[in-house]
Ligand binder design. Structure first.
Ligand code: F6R
Length: 601
């Protein structure tokens, strides 16, 4: 949520900041701003409401701002409306401290009152302006330097933050601090980069330092030094990031979402081939002794968990519970012996998922992260991590990361089934080869895009959609409904097909669209009857599945082993959401009110 970029070196900072922010715009896009300084001259701040293009226009793509040191921010509003006043960077009352901030300072109200009593004034409604003033307060009161003032702020702050700070007094230096919000420093030749996400600086360097929690850093053009909150230096090694910078471009597609939908065969195949070796699965970690599993995740990653609940219970006969991470962390969970807590997260930075991992660890459970972003917080804090190899995902609505998470989850299910001997060698081999066929079957399914596009055009003005299915098909509906809601703004509900007539069917009327997902042969007829119950009440019915069992539009998908069918059934629903959004003229990649990673509660 929100993006931070910083630069200090010999080049002009503003164009580099804007280019970096462009890569982070998917994290928040309601306003943006930069602070730049030229040597010892004063810090200049320019901000703009709206997308980054407005700031780019205002600064002539950064050329209007002169200086080789700066910080920038793209915002997703938490405190205060998304307007220019609340955009970052924020300055202290006398303008001598400029701050960009990701996260939420929970005790900002009480700190603001204290600062007001000391004569500080506030131009915005943000918690970030409180940070700028608080740091300024300690700097002036103690006269012990910038790092010391930031340490005092860190002692007082409750909540989460990644901050980059510039001081009028300390030209040639940028200061950083973090708690529960990611931040990295990239090293170049005589220049240094700062970012909340590697995507922003990959074009310039792959040599990066991860800033740890409760750590602060002083960045100069010739290097970076890290300190703990008491001012003790922390030695740190850089890491070389192995991420394909080009993969972050649109590659000829009109939208990232469509590009990423079409990258799914590769995302799934890269993830599988990383762990499948000569017909066997090598996860590189042991799963012996796992007696039960709790999956914690949010949004689509939670839907992956719901699908895996069915797959793991079927293949390995291990009880699985799936919990929304935001609920898990506050509900005093019971984690018996042998419980493995699996945190599923594309970004690895989702605040609730990270908090759930910490909670599980505190309670003595073993934790495993299924994560896409290398070196992210969940990846570093979970006891073990298994990476998905989806590559950078830019569209706010996840597609390829969801598919890669499913693929990796199936591997976990098969390993557990093998360990528990609930799968014979033959069955294991059959399931592994079914997984290896998934990428080509995904490709085959995507070939029906033109029919889905035509269907989307006919129904682009639909008001209410229900997606119904049973078992894994219900889990697919949950994901399909979220996709349609978030990118097309169409009210959609996923329903377990058998549950519809316990109340909700009263909402079905002439013109309601009801989409059935039918991939689980044991319940084909049941779901088909539930669909008919809606069509006899005026609903327009369509189905996604392996067999046409109902009247209405049918989107066929290839057969696969039934525990893996979600990987194919979700594809027509992703494409439907995409095309309805395009037909409605919406911003597919950056739907309103959303951000790619939700790093606040
Ligand atoms: C929906 C979507 C979100 C994320 C959720 C968790 O398309 O992308 O629901 O799945 O915010 O994000 P991660 O996986 O980064 O923890």
């Amino acid at each position: 949520m929100c993006g931070i970029v910083g630069y200090i070196g010999k080049q002009q900072a503003a164009p580099i900041l804007l280019e970096g922010l462009k890569k982070l715009e998917y994290r928040g896009y309601d306003s943006a701003g930069v602070a730049v300084r030229d040597g010892a001259k004063s810090i200049q701040v320019v901000k703009a409401k709206g997308k980054l293009s407005v700031l780019a226009q205002k600064t002539e793509d950064g050329k209007a701002l002169y200086g080789t040191c700066g910080i920038g921010h793209t915002r997703w509003a938490t405190h205060g409306e998304p307007d220019e006043r609340n955009a970052h960077p924020h300055r202290s009352t006398d303008g001598s401290v400029a701050v960009v901030h990701n996260g939420i300072l929970e005790n900002y109200r009480e700190l603001r009152e204290e600062l007001k009593d000391c004569g500080y004034t506030f131009a915005s409604q943000t918690d970030t302006e409180v940070i700028a003033n608080l740091i300024d307060f300690y700097l002036k009161r103690d006269r012990k330097g910038a790092a010391e003032a930031i340490s005092r702020f860190m002692e007082r702050a409750r909540g989460s933050y990644a901050i980059a700070v510039m001081f009028e007094e300390f030209a040639g230096e940028l200061y950083l601090a973090r708690k529960d919000s990611p931040m990295i420093v990239g090293e170049g030749e005589g220049e240094m980069f700062v970012a909340s996400d590697a995507a922003a600086i990959l074009r310039h360097t792959r040599k990066v330092y991860f800033v740890d929690d409760f750590t602060l850093a002083c960045v100069r053009a010739d290097g970076v030094r890290f300190f703990d909150i008491s001012g003790n230096p922390i030695p740190k090694e850089y890491q070389l990031l192995d991420i394909d910078a080009e993969a972050a471009g649109k590659g000829g597609y009109e939208h990232f979402m469509r590009k990423e939908i079409y990258e799914q065969p590769r995302a799934v195949s890269d993830t599988l081939s990383h762990y499948i070796k000569e017909g066997d699965i090598d996860l590189g970690i042991s799963l012996h002794g796992v007696k039960q599993i709790t999956v914690v995740a949010c949004g689509s990653a939670y839907h992956v968990g719901v699908t895996l609940q069915y797959a793991i219970e079927k293949l390995a006969r291990i009880p699985v519970r799936v919990e929304l991470a935001s609920e898990f962390r506050y509900r005093d969970p019971i984690l018996g012996e042998g419980t493995l807590v699996v945190a599923v997260s594309q970004s690895g930075e989702t605040a609730d998922t990270l908090a759930a991992v910490r909670e599980a660890k505190k309670r003595g459970a073993r934790t495993l992260g299924i994560v896409n972003v290398l070196g992210s917080s969940v990846a570093r804090e979970a006891d073990d991590v298994l990476y998905t190899y989806a590559g950078p995902e830019i569209a706010v609505a996840t597609t390829k990361a969801y598919s890669a998470q499913l693929a990796l989850g199936y591997l976990v299910a098969l390993v557990l089934g093998k360990n528990n001997k609930t799968l014979s060698e033959e069955q294991f081999a059959r399931y592994v080869s079914a997984l290896q066929e998934l990428p080509s079957k995904i490709e085959e399914t995507l070939r029906s895009e033109s029919e889905i596009k035509a269907f989307a055009a006919r129904h682009a003005d639909v008001h209410d959609v229900f997606m119904i299915g049973r078992g894994i098909d219900y889990a697919v509906c949950m994901e399909g409904a979220l996709k349609l809601k978030e990118v097309s703004y169409v009210h959609t509900e996923a329903y377990a097909a058998g549950e519809l007539k316990h109340g909700t069917i009263s909402l079905v009327e002439e013109g309601t669209l009801v989409l059935g997902v039918l991939t689980q042969s044991g319940v084909f007829e049941k779901t088909a009857s539930n669909l008919e119950e809606t069509s006899s009440r005026g609903a327009i019915v369509a189905t996604v599945g392996t067999k046409k069992l109902c009247e209405g539009q049918f989107f066929p998908i290839p057969e696969t082993e039934e525990p893996f069918a979600a990987s194919l059934a979700v594809l027509p629903l992703q494409l439907l959401a995409y095309h309805i959004s395009v037909c409605r003229g919406l911003d597919v990649d950056k739907p309103r009110n959303l951000a790619k990673s939700v790093t606040v509660e």
